[in-house]
Write a protein that binds this ligand. Structure first.
Ligand code: ZN
Length: 74
């Protein structure tokens, strides 16, 4: 039979505390990665004013050239 003395109670509380902190850290990290990936994609998103084509421009060129209608815009 297991005996509940002070060191056993302390060990259980410590293990649960570390588990809670680790779980919260993992949830925070996953949410942060999801938000950053959305910001990065939105940063490279371009919209052509002439043909309304939406595309990604990773080089961030100014002026930018539309891949569909080949017109320049910024
Ligand atoms: Zn275009």
């Amino acid at each position: 039979m297991f005996i509940w003395d002070f060191s056993a109670i302390f060990a259980v509380i410590l293990i649960f505390g570390v588990g809670i902190v680790l779980t919260l850290w993992i949830i925070y990290t996953l949410n942060r990665q999801r938000q950053q990936s959305g910001e990065v994609i939105a940063d490279f998103l371009r919209h052509c004013h002439y043909c309304s084509y939406i595309y990604l421009d990773y080089r961030k060129r100014v002026p930018c050239r539309c891949p569909r209608c080949k017109s320049y815009h910024d």
